[in-house]
Design a protein around this ligand. Structure first.
Ligand SMILES: Cc1cc2nc3c(=O)[nH]c(=O)nc-3n(C[C@H](O)[C@H](O)[C@H](O)COP(=O)(O)OP(=O)(O)OC[C@H]3O[C@@H](n4cnc5c(N)ncnc54)[C@H](O)[C@@H]3O)c2cc1C
Length: 451
C-alpha cells in the first residue's frame, strides 16, 4: 500500500487488532477486505481521505451506520471513509432546527432531540445511521403525519469528489439538496452534516393487535383499504410472519388521544378474530424503545457479532389495492417459507408524505398507498441459496401488482433498479451526478450513472 502519511483520522489497516471489527457490516452475509478504513472525526479527515484515495487510485466507499442491505459500503482493496465518529447533535430552539453530524445513529439522535421535546420522523431500527436513512428517504411511524426524514432536510454539508466542501440549501446548490432528499446514499459526495427542521413531540398513543394465521386474507384486505387513508396522525403497519404457525400483527403510532385511536382502529378490530390487543399511551421515547425492541437499560445497544444475522430483504411499492389473487400468492409464499423468519412488512403511506409532489424531492414514490417489504433471515451459510431464491421469487411473483422499489431497501437482483428507485426523477438525478461527480468517483454496484 502507498504511504498513508497524509491520511488523518483513525486508520485501520489489515492485520491490526480492530480490523475485523472495523470491516463488519450489519448483514452477516457479506465479508469484504478493504485496504484501509478511515474513521473520520473531522471534515478535514474526509477531505484528506478522498484526495488520497483519488491520487493513489483506490476505489472509494462511504459509510455511516453500516446497515446497507447489499453492503455497498465496503470494497475489497478499497478505501472506506467512515463518518461514524462525527456524531454530534446541536439543537437550535429559536429556529426549531437541529444540526446533526452524519455519523449519528437513530436512537442517540432521537434521545438528544427528546431532551428538547422535539423529534424528526425517521426509521424504527435504533442502530440505523441517519446518513443512509435520510439520503434515501427515511420512513417511520411519524411519516404519514410529518413526511419522510428527507422532507425535514434544510441543508446538507457535503465533501465532493474534488475535496471541496459545500453547503447545499435552498439558496446555494439547491439541486444537490434536492438530490439529497431521497436520491440515495453514496452517489454525489460524502455528507458530513445535516440541518433538519424539528417537530414538537410528547406523549403518543400506540397499539399492537395480533391475529391468527387463518385471518390473513381478510385482514390484509381490510388493512390495505384502511391504512393509507385513515387519519394521518396514525401511521399503521402490518406484519405477516410465517414462523411458529404464522401470525399477523398490526402496530402503529398515533399522535393524539388514546380514545380516538380506539375509534380509528374499529374497522381493523372488526376484521377476523384478534387474539391480543394492546392500546396504550406512552412518552414518545418509550414508544421508540418498544418499536425498536429495546429495554431502556439496553438502549445504547451496539452492533456486535451476536446481534448480526444473514438476511435478504427487498420490497416494492403498491399503488392500487392488491386483488384476491395477489393476496393468495402472498399466503402461498409465506406458507412455503424456507425458515421461521420469513415475513412481509406492510408500511402505510399517504398523509403528508403523499401530498408532496413526486418531483419536489428525489423521492418519487409519493402516490403509492403502501410499501411491502419481503424479509428473510437465517444463520447457516449453507441456507443462503434457498433464502435468496425465496426472497427473489416472491418479489417477482408480485411484480404485476407493484410498481418501483425503495432505494433504501436495495436489491442487486433487480436489473431495472435505477428506474425502480427513481422513476421519472432519474434523468434529473443523472444530470446532478454529472455536475457534482463528473469523474464518477462515487461508484458502486447501484450508483447513479452520470448522464
Ligand atoms: C434492521 C434495519 C431496519 C431498517 N429500518 C428502516 C426504517 O424503519 N425506515 C427506513 O426508511 N429504512 C430502514 N432501513 C433501511 C435503512 O434506511 C438503509 O439501510 C440505510 O441506507 C442505512 O443507512 P446507514 O447509514 O446505516 O448505512 P450505511 O451502510 O453506512 O450506508 C448506506 C448507504 O448510504 C451511503 N452513505 C452512508 N453514509 C454516507 C454519507 N455520510 N454520505 C453519503 N453517503 C453515505 C453508503 O455509501 C451506502 O450507499 C432499515 C435497515 C435495517 C438493516
Amino acid at each position: 500500500m502507498r504511504s498513508i502519511s497524509s491520511l488523518t483520522g483513525r486508520i485501520v489497516l489489515p492485520g491490526s487488532a480492530d480490523y475485523d471489527d472495523a470491516r463488519m457490516s450489519y448483514n452477516a452475509r457479506f465479508s469484504k477486505y478493504p485496504a484501509a478504513i478511515v474513521f473520520c472525526g473531522h471534515v478535514r479527515d474526509v477531505v484528506n481521505a478522498v484526495r488520497w484515495a483519488r491520487e493513489n487510485g483506490y476505489p472509494l466507499r462511504v459509510r455511516s451506520g453500516r446497515h446497507c442491505y447489499e453492503d455497498f459500503t465496503l470494497a475489497d482493496g478499497g478505501i472506506v471513509i467512515d463518518v461514524s465518529p462525527m456524531n454530534g447533535v446541536r439543537f437550535d430552539p429559536v429556529n426549531r432546527t437541529a444540526a446533526v453530524q452524519t455519523g449519528v445513529r437513530l436512537l442517540p439522535l432521537y434521545e438528544a432531540l427528546w431532551r428538547h421535546g422535539a423529534t424528526i420522523p425517521g426509521g424504527t431500527c435504533p442502530t440505523v445511521g441517519i446518513a443512509g436513512l435520510t439520503l434515501g428517504g427515511g420512513y417511520g411511524f411519524l411519516s404519514r403525519l410529518l413526511g419522510l426524514s428527507c422532507d425535514q432536510l434544510l441543508e446538507v454539508e457535503t465533501v465532493l469528489a474534488s475535496g471541496q466542501v459545500i453547503r447545499a440549501n435552498d439558496r446555494e446548490h439547491a439541486d444537490l439538496l434536492w438530490a439529497s432528499r431521497g436520491g440515495g446514499g453514496g452517489n454525489f459526495g460524502i455528507a458530513t452534516s445535516f440541518t433538519f427542521r424539528v417537530h414538537p413531540i410528547s406523549c403518543v398513543a400506540i397499539y399492537r393487535i395480533v391475529w391468527p394465521w387463518r385471518d390473513l386474507p381478510l385482514l390484509l384486505n381490510v388493512w390495505q383499504h384502511w391504512a393509507p387513508s385513515v387519519d394521518e396522525r396514525l401511521t399503521p403497519s402490518l406484519v405477516l410472519s410465517a414462523g411458529f404457525g404464522g401470525y399477523c400483527t398490526s402496530s402503529g403510532l398515533f399522535v393524539g388521544p388514546e380514545w380516538q385511536l380506539r375509534e380509528l382502529l374499529a374497522p381493523l378490530l372488526a376484521a377476523g378474530m384478534p387474539v391480543e390487543t394492546e392500546i396504550t399511551t406512552v412518552p414518545y421515547l418509550e414508544a421508540l424503545y418498544r418499536f425498536g425492541g429495546l429495554k431502556k437499560e439496553s438502549a445504547q445497544w451496539q452492533m456486535t457479532p451476536e446481534h448480526r444475522h444473514r438476511f435478504k430483504n427487498s420490497g416494492a411499492f403498491v399503488y392500487r389495492p392488491l386483488p384476491p389473487r395477489a393476496i393468495s400468492t402472498i399466503a402461498a409464499f409465506l406458507d412455503a417459507a424456507p425458515s421461521p423468519i420469513c415475513m412481509i412488512i406492510f408500511e402505510s403511506l399517504g398523509g403528508r408524505l403523499g401530498r408532496i409532489p413526486a418531483h419536489a424531492t428525489a423521492f418519487v414514490h409519493r402516490q403509492a398507498s403502501f410499501h411491502m417489504q419481503y424479509i428473510t433471515q437465517w444463520t447457516d451459510p449453507a441456507a443462503d441459496e434457498a433464502h435468496l431464491r425465496w426472497a427473489e421469487s416472491i418479489r417477482k411473483a408480485l411484480l404485476p401488482y407493484t410498481f418501483g422499489q425503495y432505494v433504501n431497501y436495495p436489491n442487486v437482483f433487480d436489473a431495472d433498479w435505477a428506474q425502480a428507485y427513481y422513476g421519472s426523477n432519474l434523468s434529473a438525478l443523472r444530470r446532478i451526478k454529472r455536475k457534482y461527480d463528473p469523474d464518477n468517483v462515487f461508484r458502486f454496484a447501484q450508483s447513479i450513472p452520470p448522464l
